[in-house]
Design a protein around this ligand. Structure first.
Ligand code: ZN
Length: 492
């Protein structure tokens, strides 16, 4: 079947589904599965040259410069340090849509998704009917990487140390002025404010990470709902319905307190229906490449919905029923109900770790510096990795007596044997800069360094997990290892 016919058929099925709904509540609509089709074909459009979060402006610019005839590219302004900020425009429709990403320099997931969307919009294939419709109905303005100076350092704020998302009223920074000017010039009907949030948020009170969080920001203290904000809520309700089959339970709603200095809140106030999208956490996706895909899907799903007014009949309830972000509910690892010793007595505790990132020189790579993030009764918290530790004792490991010259010497050791003998740390004459491979199964110490042995919040103890006097597992730099499985050094 030709794609054009296919979409007309979808429209028909969709209209029937809508007419049959008295309450206005939109039920999941299996016949309308654009989002699923986009998911199935995503890898065709993924911009493969960018595959981790710490890419820089210099890596983005060539990708923008090579955009084809479907796009108009303009240097819209400069950052404080003189980096060009681009405005990419496509389509010629009456509905204006404005998307801006990475106003916080270390929140790059959506920028990657925008590159994928550029690839999608720039090709010709079975989705041409959709592309044509988007171009005829919408004029889409993209500002990818609004804060390139922050991206350079992979930090939230700009070169002036200002949080651009608290500068919507004072407009002191050129980046903020640019966003305000483009919002006003386009008088955008729709705005997409694209961010990353902590990967430790849960979606509501279940053990699901908040992989995507949405918000239709409030435009006043009373959190009133006018047509502008209501439409943003309806659109989010639609997006949630379409995305749920792909990330069930992992979509949340951001807290909607009014922040008078923030852009989302103000842009909503200025008359643009504004949707905040926050990319959070997902298991086995530290570089957020899966979450990037969900951004791509969320945004294309939204554009299709705007072009076809699919959001219009959606009830506000579809938005309101999305669970709130549950802040800091996740840890990377929780050892449940293990015993620890203090002053000769043993106590049952849960011990949580987080694998904190530390940037290397140049902010292009990072290493982990993990720490105990909490201890005690952690039964209300969730973990990316849970260790059922009943019957285990958690004991700080010892330091191997010999000082090794380098990493190669380390890799000749039998880690399992050392663990069984109670060693978790090794001294090296030279520890590589930043401990790039800090997921080593043995804690690396400098020549005269000593391991941390206190098990309290903020420390990074390497632990033996012992049962019946035998070491069965170890925790090194917040990562859990199974002694029986041993170590494959070629991984490091
Ligand atoms: Zn942000």
């Amino acid at each position: 079947m030709k794609m054009g016919h296919f979409f007309i058929l979808l429209e028909f099925v969709f209209l029937i589904a809508m007419c049959g709904s008295d309450s206005g509540e939109v039920k999941p609509l299996p016949p309308y599965d654009l989002t699923g089709k986009l998911a199935d074909t995503y890898s065709k459009y993924q911009e493969k040259s960018i595959s981790d979060r710490r890419f820089k402006h210099s890596e983005l610019v060539p990708l923008i410069n090579k955009l084809g005839a479907n796009f108009e590219v303009e240097k819209a302004g400069k950052s404080i340090e003189g980096r060009d900020i681009y405005l990419v425009k496509t389509g010629k429709g009456p509905i204006k849509v404005l998307l801006w990403s990475q106003m916080h320099g270390d929140e790059s997931t959506a920028t990657m998704a925008l590159l994928d969307i550029f690839n999608f919009l720039g090709q010709n294939d079975e989705f041409d009917a959709l592309r044509q419709q988007l171009r005829e109905q919408l004029t889409i303005y993209f500002i990818p990487m609004l804060n390139p100076d922050g991206a350079e350092r992979f930090e939230r704020r700009n070169a002036l140390g200002i949080d651009l998302n608290r500068d919507a009223q004072r407009l002191q920074c050129p980046e903020s002025q640019l966003l305000k000017r483009i919002r006003d010039q386009t008088d955008a009907d729709w705005g997409f404010n694209l961010h990353d949030q902590s990967r430790y948020y849960a979606a509501g009170s279940k053990a699901n990470t908040a992989t995507l969080s949405f918000l239709a920001p409030a435009y006043n203290e009373q959190k009133e709902i006018n047509q502008v904000r209501g439409d943003a809520m309806r659109l989010i309700g639609w997006m949630n319905t379409q995305l749920q089959p792909l990330i069930p339970g992992k979509i949340a709603k951001y807290y909607d307190g009014f922040e008078p200095r923030a852009f989302g809140d103000n842009i909503q106030k200025w008359g643009t229906s504004t949707v905040l999208i926050e990319s959070g956490g997902l298991a086995n996706d530290r570089e957020k490449q899966e979450i990037r895909k969900f951004n791509y899907l969320a945004l294309l799903t939204a554009m299709d919905a705007i072009a076809n007014r699919r959001y219009a009949p959606v009830s506000l309830d579809a938005y309101n029923k999305i669970p709130f972000n549950n802040g800091n509910a996740f840890h990377d690892l929780i050892l449940r109900e293990v015993e620890v010793e203090k002053e000769g007595n043993w106590y049952m505790v849960d011990i949580a770790f987080r694998n904190n990132e530390r940037d290397m020189d140049g902010n292009r790579e990072f290493y982990y510096r993990s720490s105990v993030s909490d201890i005690g009764d952690l039964s209300i918290f969730y973990a990316y990795e849970d260790f059922p530790g009943k019957g285990y004792r958690a004991v700080p490991g010892k330091t191997y007596p010999e000082v090794l010259p380098n990493i190669n010497a380390l890799k000749k050791l039998d880690a399992s044997k050392l663990w069984r003998e109670g060693y978790t740390s090794v001294r090296l004459q030279v520890v590589p800069q930043g401990q790039l491979y800090s997921q080593y199964p043995l804690q690396l110490l400098s020549g005269n360094g000593n391991p941390e042995t206190d098990i309290i919040s903020g420390t990074n103890p390497a632990l033996l997990l012992q049962k019946d006097g035998q070491t069965r597992f170890v925790v090194v730099n917040g990562f859990l290892f199974d002694v029986q499985e041993g170590v494959k050094w070629e991984r490091y």
